[in-house]
Design a protein around this ligand. Sequence first.
Ligand code: DAH
Length: 375
Amino acid sequence: MPYTVPKLTDYSANGLLKAFADAKLAFRDEMREVKSEAEWKVFRDLWMARKNGILTQINDQLKKAPKEVKREFGQHLNELKQYIKSEIDSWHSFTEGGAGQLTAELERVDISLPGVRRAIGAEHPVIKTTNEMVRVFQKLGYSVAEGPVVETDYYNFESLNFPPNHPARDTQDTLFIAGQQSKPQRDRLLLRTHTSPVQIRTMETMRPPIRIVIPGTVHRNDPPDASHSPMFHQIEGLAVDTSITFGDLKGTLDHAMKEFFGSNVKTSFRPSFFPFTEPSAELFVSCFICGGSGKRGPDNAPCRPCKQTGWIEILGCGMVDPNVFEFVKDNGYDPKKVSGFAFGMGADRIALLKYGVDDLQLFFQGDVRFLQQWA
Ligand code: DAH
């Protein structure tokens, strides 16, 4: 028998308690019988319809109740309303889309349903590239070092053999921290323009021999476009020992490039200039996209990544300038006794080439549709 609201005569505390408990029990029993969406709607209206629903009928009784019990009556009613509403809502959310096969009661606690799977995310392509490159050097015995992004003029420039007012500083397009004018130049803060300052920082704390690889974020005052970003990533390397030669530099980097890009790539070293290395070089690898021919596909289309030259520039490198060692001489780096090589590359550019992405900005805009490709 469906529940009907009895005419209330006993307004005592116990009377009210019993009347509401009866209503609640009846609701629970009836709800157990609800098996389909259609039945659920009828049941919901029976109890909750504004016009003549059971809750409304009880509310009408509240209006007629003696003044002294109205408060208590109202509390019971509110509690019942909340209970009924949440039970009815939860029946629906548990059975949505699947009612009919199983009983309603079973579906409300169906532990066989798969859980809610949350995407765990994936490595960003630039970080992935960085980690892969770092791993190549770790396998050669290099340790990972890191340093601050907000750096002093001393570490970013002076100790790397850029004297004050050296023209090479202009090429760095430095972003300076405001309000530093009162400090001596070497103490002024800036956003590091390269990861090379970590060379000095590490040599200050670790005595030779050292082999370190340094991944990190750097900044330059470049407006963003398809190949520039004011924030980007570098991977630096430094090896110092008593008899390191340019041959070690070539052998190490040739091996690293083959390990990273594939054993069929060739390397080519061309003279260059950096204030902190002497001699300095740029390292090119044979284009791993066109195989070094400068042309692609059966119709010999021009290869864009290598600009049809068959070679792609990957990094700057060189033998550590003795003037750099002078700054850390007291920690065992006497330029007469030690020698070393260093290198630095742009991780973002390598990731662009590796994954065939044509716009650097895509890496930093955080569009999940783009980033999901690496998930
Ligand atoms: N720091 C240089 C730059 O950002 C890259 C570089 C060149 C790093 C030669 C080195 C190096 O360690 O030896 O352009």
